[in-house]
Design a protein around this ligand. Structure first.
Ligand code: ZN
Length: 205
């Protein structure tokens, strides 16, 4: 049986891996985005630091915080993601959630600018995502944005993917792998919706 420290060490490696994969899949650019994972059967969360590209995240850069945002472990002295508060809101409201990804994929973000639910034009996206509602826009890191996320999570209790207006996406899952693949699917679903719209316009025109 692994000790809690061994579990945390493995999750530090996993969060670094999925951060890099998010960047490589173009789900985020520059130093944007943040990813977190809950330590199972605890009220502890590992989260990526602020100001570092997800492409460069190494295991020990991630911070261990409690549900109130108190920093418990910070081996390399980074500051936590400025969106830590909305990640923690998700874990507090949804005990089934084990990982949260907030990313800025371009196609899904373009759809978020409409302020509407993402069109699910494939059978697979309808089965896997069911609904991708849009959360209102507010300044990154603000209390207001955290409140909008809280509102969305409370209103759509079984939804695991959200657009964030003029900003990006938020995906949830039982683990990092699931939150990552949901984000990947949301972005490809947005891409398909965009090309479908273009094809329809060109057919008419
Ligand atoms: Zn963001």
């Amino acid at each position: 049986m692994s000790t809690k420290n061994e579990v945390i060490k493995k999750l530090r490696e996993d969060i670094a891996e999925y951060s890099k994969r998010s960047y490589m899949r173009h789900l985020v650019s520059g130093t944007g985005g943040n990813i977190s994972v809950k330590v199972p059967d605890s009220a502890l969360v590992l989260i990526t630091p602020t100001g570092i590209s997800l492409a460069e995240i190494e295991p020990d850069m991630n911070l261990l915080v409690d549900f109130e945002g108190n920093i418990l472990e910070n081996p390399l002295g980074f500051n936590p993601s400025k969106e830590t508060s909305f990640h923690l809101v998700v874990y507090r409201i949804r005990p089934d959630v084990g990982a949260v990804a907030h990313l800025h994929p371009p196609y899904a973000t373009a759809f978020s600018n409409k302020g509407e639910t993402l069109p699910l034009l494939t059978i697979n996206s309808r089965i896997a995502l069911k609904d991708v509602p849009c959360i209102e826009c507010a300044l990154p890191g603000s209390r207001e944005l955290c409140d909008f996320v809280k509102e969305g999570i409370m209103k759509f209790k079984s939804v695991n993917a959200f657009l964030m207006k003029e900003h990006g996406i938020l995906t949830l899952g039982p683990d990092l792998k699931s939150a990552f693949y949901t984000a990947d699917l949301v972005e490809d679903t947005a891409k398909i919706a965009l090309f479908t719209e273009i094809l329809e316009v060109s057919k008419k025109g």
